[in-house]
Ligand binder design. Structure first.
Ligand code: NAP
Ligand code: BGC
Ligand code: ZN
Length: 356
C-alpha cells in the first residue's frame, strides 16, 4: 500500500510502499479516508520535533486521521464504522498513564505518538489500531473527521485552564487566542459559545484569509505588528483566558501581562531552545499579586476526542469550507504540505467516503 513518509536526513515527505498491516488480536483494520496536516507535521519534517520508530530510517507521517473500519477483527466495531484514532500508544506494553486512561498526561519515554515520535502515523491507505484507541464518529461527519484530533487538543487545554480556576467563582468573558494557524482558528470557533468577546492575534496584514475567518466568527483580529501582547489590556481589554498557539516562546511570558486578574493562560506551542531577556521579577509579582495561572497542555485523551466530535458537529459548513483550503489526493500530496499564506488547513485524501 502507499504511505507518505519522511526519511531521516530528508526535508520533504515522499510516497513509499509499505505492506498492508494485519490486525493483531484486539485491533481493527481501518481504511484511511483523510489525514490532516498541522504545524507539528512541518516540525517533524524539518527534524525539529519527534523521531522515527526505533531501528527504522523513516516515519510514516500523520496524526489527524479519519477512516472506515474495514475488518473489525475481534473488536466491537462493525464494517463501515467511521472512526478517528487517538495519537498516543504505550511504548512497551501498558503503563500507569494508559491504565488510567490518561495517556496525554504521560511524561517523555512513557508514550509514542503515531506519526510524530516513535511510531508510524496514519498517512497510509490502511492502518491498524487497538479498539480502545479508536473513537467512533457519526458517518455524517466523515468528511471533516480529520479535524477531531486538533479540536481535541483545544478541548483538553480549555478543560485544564478551567480546572485551574475551579477553586473560586470564575466567570470569564474575554478570551485571546495567540496564533491564526489551524489550531488557533479551530480554537476561536470552539470557544465561540463560551465567551462574550473573543480576540485572535496574528502578524498578517490585510487582506488575509485567516483575518476574514476570524471576523466571520465574530471575533476581533489583533495585529501583533500594531499591538504587542503586553499592550493588549490597554488597547483592547484584559483577557480572562489566553490560549497560546504560536510556538513563539516570548508569548509564554507576555501572556501573563495580557491576563486579567484571576485569569489563566494555556500554553500549547512547542518552540525549540530560545534564550531571551525578561523582567522576571515583574512577571513573578504580577502573577502572584493577581492570582494568575499558566497551564501547559499537550496531546489529548479519549474524552477530549468525544468532546471534539460534539464541537465539530456544531461548526458551520461555511467556517469549515473557509478553514479547509485543500483536500489533496496522493497524486498531488505535496500540495497538502504547502506552507504559504493562502494555505490554512489541508488534508491528504486516500479515498473519498462515498467511493470506498
Ligand atoms: P501553525 O499553522 O504553524 O500556526 C502558528 C500560527 O502562529 C501561524 O499562523 C503564525 O503566523 C502564528 N505566529 C507565529 N509566530 C507569531 C508571532 N510572533 N506573532 C504572531 N503570530 C505568530 O501551527 P498550528 O498547527 O496552528 O499549531 C500552533 C502551535 O501549537 C505550534 O507550535 C504547534 O507545534 C503547537 N501544537 C501543540 C499541540 C499540543 O498538543 N500542545 C497540538 C498541536 C499544535 P504566520 O502564519 O503568519 O507565520
Ligand atoms: C499533536 C498532539 C501531540 C503534540 C506534541 C500535536 O500536533 O496534535 O497529539 O501530542 O503535537 O507532539
Ligand atoms: Zn497536531
Amino acid at each position: 500500500m502507499d504511505a507518505i513518509a519522511v526519511y531521516e536526513g530528508a526535508d520533504e515527505p515522499v510516497v513509499t510502499e509499505k505492506p498492508r498491516p494485519e490486525p493483531a488480536p484486539g485491533e481493527a483494520l481501518v481504511r484511511t479516508l483523510r489525514v490532516g496536516v498541522d504545524g507539528t507535521d512541518h516540525e517533524v519534517i524539518a527534524g525539529g520535533h519527534g523521531g522515527t520508530p526505533a531501528g527504522e530510517d523513516h516515519i510514516v507521517l500523520g496524526h489527524e486521521a479519519v477512516g472506515v473500519v474495514e475488518d473489525p477483527n475481534d473488536t466491537p466495531f462493525e464494517v463501515g464504522d467511521v472512526v478517528v484514532p487517538t495519537v498516543r500508544r504505550p511504548p512497551n506494553g501498558a503503563n500507569e498513564y494508559f491504565a488510567r486512561g490518561e495517556p496525554d498526561m504521560a511524561p517523555d519515554g512513557e508514550y509514542h505518538e503515531r506519526g510524530i515520535v516513535g511510531a508510524h502515523g496514519f498517512m497510509a491507505e490502511y492502518f491498524t489500531s487497538p479498539a480502545e484507541f479508536l473513537v467512533e464518529i457519526p458517518s455524517a461527519l466523515a468528511e471533516w473527521g480529520f479535524l477531531v484530533e486538533p479540536i481535541s487538543i483545544a478541548e483538553k487545554a480549555i478543560e485544564h485552564a478551567y480546572a485551574s480556576r475551579s477553586a473560586f467563582g470564575w466567570e470569564p468573558e474575554s478570551a485571546l487566542v495567540l496564533g491564526n494557524g489551524s489550531l488557533g482558528l479551530l480554537t476561536v470557533a470552539t470557544l465561540d459559545e463560551s465567551f462574550d468577546r473573543i480576540y485572535c492575534l496574528g502578524r498578517r496584514e490585510r487582506p488575509d484569509p485567516t483575518i476574514d475567518i476570524i471576523e466571520s466568527l465574530g471575533a476581533t483580529y489583533v495585529n501583533s505588528n500594531d499591538t504587542a501582547i503586553p499592550d493588549v489590556p490597554e488597547a483592547y481589554e484584559p483577557m480572562d483566558l489566553v490560549f497560546e498557539a504560536t510556538g513563539h516562546a516570548p508569548h509564554a511570558f507576555e501572556t501573563i501581562e495580557a491576563l486579567a486578574p484571576n485569569g489563566v493562560g494555556a500554553l500549547l506551542g512547542v518552540p525549540g531552545d530560545w534564550e531571551f531577556e525578561i523582567d522576571g521579577g515583574r512577571l513573578h509579582r504580577e502573577f502572584v499579586l493577581h492570582n494568575k495561572a499558566l497551564v501547559g497542555s499537550v496531546n489529548s485523551g479519549y474524552g477530549h476526542f468525544e468532546s471534539a466530535v460534539e464541537s465539530l458537529s456544531g461548526l458551520s459548513a461555511e467556517f469549515l469550507g473557509d478553514l479547509v483550503t485543500g483536500i489533496h489526493g496522493l497524486d498531488e500530496f505535496e500540495a497538502a504540505f504547502a506552507d504559504d499564506d493562502t494555505t490554512i488547513k489541508t488534508a491528504v485524501e486516500f479515498i473519498a467516503y462515498e467511493e470506498r
